[in-house]
Design a binder for this molecule. Structure first.
Ligand code: PEP
Ligand code: MN
Length: 282
């Protein structure tokens, strides 16, 4: 088989994500929050941005409970076109108000490359969701953004594929990529997905990029979220992202897996002694 000379050359270079290219851990600074390099970062907030007052209250409560970054979706990837799709631009405005009210930096998901410029201007971290892990057009576009990108592993992607998706972003010039394991699809039905915690040590060996765990989307039930967050910390993750809603029973999206602000605070209280023992800053 004839391999084009150019292809051969590319294959021999170490990828940008690899520790051969960059041996030290990448540390990403967002507002006052640090991600990577011995910091355990807590990202919390509702699945979807719904209501101004509730979002602001939730933001202040998770901040008081120890969160470093506020999450909230304005463009939601829903399985059904008839489900709530998110508030769109209006949601981004509410998220900015919640940033102002809480002092927390904000993260939200991008679905459409056409929204990249707007999101790059208005939010602090841009999330590429599991369903877009191999949307190469979107990955290249966010690679041109200034803001850090949180890249979720697709529910059917290998770790090598996740790393190559990170490479798509980095190859466009944006080296501030945070990897996120959020559970993969298996035959198990007791949990929404199967949380692959072994992703953490495997990725740590191969990449300098920070790795966080999303236990909410992984397990799908609020009762299992805190224990898997503790496991994430123990296994060496750089942080967790959890869904928190002021009234989970009324949530428009993912209420079953959402913690109350009180449950979030309890989870953080359980994490602190573990962080102390293993020498992670929280
Ligand atoms: C989310 O974090 O809002 C989300 C949709 O998660 P995932 O892409 O992991 O399903
Ligand atoms: Mn969700």
């Amino acid at each position: 088989m004839n391999v084009p000379a150019g292809e051969n050359k590319v294959a021999k270079q170490s990828p940008l994500y690899s520790r051969d290219t960059h041996p030290e851990d990448t540390i990403i600074k967002v507002g006052n929050a640090l991600i990577g390099g011995g910091n355990f970062t807590l990202i919390a907030g509702p699945c979807a941005i719904e209501d101004e007052q509730l979002l602001i209250e939730t933001a202040q409560k998770v901040r008081d409970g120890g969160a470093h970054i506020l999450r909230g979706g304005a463009f939601k990837p829903r399985s059904s076109p008839y489900s709530f799709q998110g508030l769109g631009i209006q949601g981004i405005k509410l998220l900015e108000q919640a940033r102002k009210a809480s002092g927390l930096p904000i993260i939200t998901e991008i679905m459409d490359p056409n929204a990249a410029e707007m999101l790059d201007e208005h939010v602090d971290i841009i999330q590429v969701g599991a369903r877009n892990c191999q949307n190469f057009t979107l990955l290249k576009r966010v690679g041109q953004c200034k803001k850090p990108i949180l890249l979720k592993r697709g529910m059917m992607n290998t770790l090598q594929e996740l790393l190559m998706s990170a490479e798509y972003i980095m190859s466009e010039g944006n080296h501030n990529v945070i990897l996120c394991e959020r559970g993969i699809r298996t035959f198990e039905t007791a949990t929404r997905n199967t949380l692959d915690l072994s992703a953490v040590p495997v990725l740590k060996a191969q990449t300098h990029l920070p790795i966080i765990i999303d236990p909410s989307h992984a397990v799908g039930h609020s009762q299992y979220v805190a224990v898997m967050a503790r496991a994430a910390l123990a296994v060496g993750a750089d942080g967790v992202m959890v869904e928190v809603h002021g009234r989970p029973e009324d949530a428009w999206c993912d209420g079953d897996q959402s913690l109350t602000p009180q449950q979030f605070s309890e989870m953080v209280d359980q994490l602190r002694p573990i962080a102390d023992i293993i020498g992670m800053k929280m």
